[in-house]
Design a binder for this molecule. Structure first.
Ligand code: IVH
Length: 673
């Protein structure tokens, strides 16, 4: 393909992708499947790799991330990012209004009310319509440059085009993780034995500071814009700023309202008090802003916050009820979760009967006793939590809760790993919920995808002693299935069909399905790609595991531990017998170009734009070869950051050219390095 053809194709792809993105994120509609969308994106990535010079600064491929930031640069804010004063009562808000009235010498003013989104504030700088920087609040004066991560948030425009757009402007907003995304993420973490995150806000904050932007992209963060800043913007009110943001396709929550009187402000506050629970994100109050920019300027700032705006915080609704007992749940990984069983009580419109207590430390911290009157809150959190004990109501004879020492399901003594808060039942292969949980994990969509089986069928298969480990599924007969309740001829066939079809699942799905602790779907994909076969993976040393992308000490140890267990190795053999894919399918390589034909490379170090795996693929797809050690015959040592000095020395001694990522891109586009 010539450069001119590529340019045309890239433009067309960008147009298509932007069209579908816009449809999805702004109008909540779809015309093509996720698969088709990903295909378009893949084509664009390929073309951009082939013709790096043609990559547009606002290309939608930036949304998929890939940039690794080792350390975030500190950036000074042009306008300090101040916080807001808080009020908690109508009286305090009335005081604020009096201060505003006084400050404006009796002039007429109006308020602009918005919800207070509970996320992480972000400053977005645009120049000539392009997003050039995304910076966290930091200490308000300077924050971290998290641009690469911010670019993965699909609701943040990479490019704004509109007539009369200011040359430079800043948009402030709140980055957040939608409630459903947070719940799903936690569920996935629980599934692979990771500790759950405490709340969506901290998770958002942690995500924004992740080094690998491709992981940030998978986290599906979102952003609401609520403030336009800049010089000579041609706007006179906050409201006009908000409308400009809407016109420029920023994601603005439509929950705002202009209020002419304090009464209208209170109406707004009351309206959203319960209604806000229906929103896709956590909110903890309302922000009330004086609308006119000229009046804002006259009111000015205190050292910490503007005098023209204030937050009204909703009180987290709290009720007290009796702690009837504590029960203990055993998860798939053996982790024990204590649950408070409460006297049913009404809270924010729902009946609450149970609340998670997280772990033994939490019970000790709260100093809980069965029979106590405890406070339960929903607050911003989705799951109710016990926040404390009503000491005044405590009866004298209650004893502190003694945490269980044995598994409630199989009576095995519990253990606690160093540095972890949870207790575990170590009876991995004999504890019923662990066995059932592993089979449920095995059949889930991201794993073997056997949707003809469900929780109930698995329970029965377990109870009838037909299935004790995932591989048993593949040796079930129709007669076995007919022993189950409600399973007739047709449904038995259907179950068998689902099981047989699952044998086609690719290696990475099998690797995820077998349930190695900490190995989620993404890590399984990386491992499958890196090691190619289960035998290579089982034979890998700790050091070799660490060489695989995204594998750190914790995962490496877990993989070693898993395969050092003879029962797990035996299970792998049974899955092999059943005919599952335990090897990655080597795709036939169709060459993208032959610009690297006859050239050999050794790749070493960490790269800005690519993972090492990706570089290897690009080299192969363009006719080159990748070698593992440096010799006199080698054509190039492709060096990233942190390459060992020994490699450099050896290459220099043998006269092998050492090239950078940029040199490599030039080679790819046919230039000379
Ligand atoms: S305006 C100078 N509007 O609240 C005023 N802030 O305590 C700038 N926040 O750091 C802030 N929702 O992270 C504004 N609708 C909203 C908001 C909002 C949430 C956060 C923001 C800020 C903090 C102030």
């Amino acid at each position: 393909m010539t450069s001119t053809q590529a340019k045309k194709e890239i433009e067309e792809l960008i147009q298509k992708i932007n069209y579908h993105n816009d449809l999805y994120y702004q109008k909540h509609k779809t015309e093509i499947s996720d698969f088709e969308f990903d295909k378009l994106l893949e084509q664009l990535i390929e073309l951009e790799n082939q013709f790096p010079d043609l990559k547009q600064p606002d290309s939608p491929t930036q949304r998929v991330g890939g940039t690794i930031t080792k350390e975030f640069n500190t950036v000074f804010h042009q306008y300090p990012m101040l916080s807001l004063g808080n009020t908690y009562s109508p009286e305090e808000l009335t005081d604020f209004d009096s201060r505003v009235a006084k400050g404006l010498d009796g002039d007429v003013y109006e308020y602009f009310c918005e919800l207070k989104f509970d996320g992480v504030s972000i400053s977005l700088i645009y120049e000539d319509g392009l997003l050039v920087k995304g910076v966290t609040r930091g200490d308000g004066v300077r924050g971290d440059d998290v641009t690469a991560n911010v670019k993965t948030i699909r609701n943040i425009p990479l490019k704004v085009s509109a007539p009369g757009l200011p040359k430079r402007f800043e948009v402030r907003g709140e980055v957040f993780m939608p409630k459903d995304v947070f719940l799903k993420l936690n569920k996935e973490r629980e599934d692979i034995g990771e500790e759950k995150y405490a709340n969506a806000r901290n998770t958002t904050s942690g995500t924004l500071k992740m080094q690998d932007s491709s992981i940030v992209a998978q986290r599906k963060l979102d952003c609401y814009a609520y403030y336009l800043l800049g010089e000579a913007l041609g706007i006179e009110s906050h409201e006009q700023g908000i409308h400009a943001l809407e016109k420029w396709k920023f994601n603005v929550s439509n929950a705002y309202r202009k209020c002419k009187t304090l009464k209208e402000v209170f109406d707004y506050i009351n309206y959203w008090e319960n209604k806000r629970n229906e929103l896709p994100l956590e909110t903890d109050g309302v922000v009330i802003k004086v609308n006119s920019l000229e009046q804002q300027e006259r009111l000015g700032f205190t050292a910490k916050s503007p005098r023209w705006a204030i937050a009204y915080k909703y009180k987290a609704e709290s009720v007290s009820t009796r702690l009837n007992s504590i029960t203990y749940q055993v998860g798939r990984t053996g982790a024990i979760t204590p649950v408070a069983e409460l006297e049913p009580v009404q809270l924010s419109g729902t009946t609450v009967k149970r609340a998670s207590l997280h772990n033994a430390n939490e019970i000790a911290r709260l100093d809980l006793r069965i029979g106590d009157s405890v406070f339960v809150e929903k607050g911003g959190e989705i799951i109710p939590k016990v926040t404390g004990v009503d000491q005044a109501k405590r009866k004298g004879n209650l004893k502190p809760v003694a945490y269980i020492t044995n598994c409630p399901e199989c009576n095995t003594p519990l253990i606690r790993h160093e540095g972890e808060a949870a207790h575990y039942c170590p009876n991995v292969n004999g504890c019923p919920p662990q066995i059932k949980g592993r089979i449920e994990h095995f059949i889930q969509r991201k794993a073997m995808d056997i949707d003809s089986l469900g929780e109930q069928t698995i329970r029965q298969l377990f109870e009838l002693n037909l299935v004790r480990r995932p591989s048993d599924l593949y040796f079930l007969s129709k007669a076995d299935l007919l022993r189950l309740d409600k399973v007739k001829d047709k449904s038995a066939d259907n179950i068998l069909k689902g099981i047989i079809e699952s044998k086609q699942a690719p290696f990475e799905s099998v690797l995820f399905a077998i349930g190695i602790r900490y190995v989620g779907k993404t890590v399984a994909e990386k491992l499958a790609r890196h090691f190619k076969t289960i035998d290579n993976l089982m034979a890998a040393t700790y050091e070799q595991l660490l060489e695989a992308p995204e594998v750190g000490e914790k995962i490496a140890q877990s993989v070693i531990l898993f395969f050092s267990n003879p029962e797990n190795r035996e299970e792998v053999e049974r899955l092999r017998q059943a005919g599952l894919h335990l090897e990655a399918v080597i795709k036939e390589v169709t060459l993208d170009s032959n610009v690297l034909e006859g050239k050999s490379f050794v790749i070493s170090g960490v790269f800005e734009k690519y993972e090492r795996d990706e570089l290897r693929d690009i080299i192969i797809k363009n006719g080159g070869k990748v070698l593992s050690s440096i010799s006199g015959k080698l054509d190039y040592l492709l060096a990233g950051d942190n390459m060992g000095p020994a490699k450099r020395e050896k290459a220099e001694k043998l006269g092998v050219p050492i090239i950078s990522e940029a040199d490599f891109n030039a080679l790819l586009s046919g230039g000379k390095s």
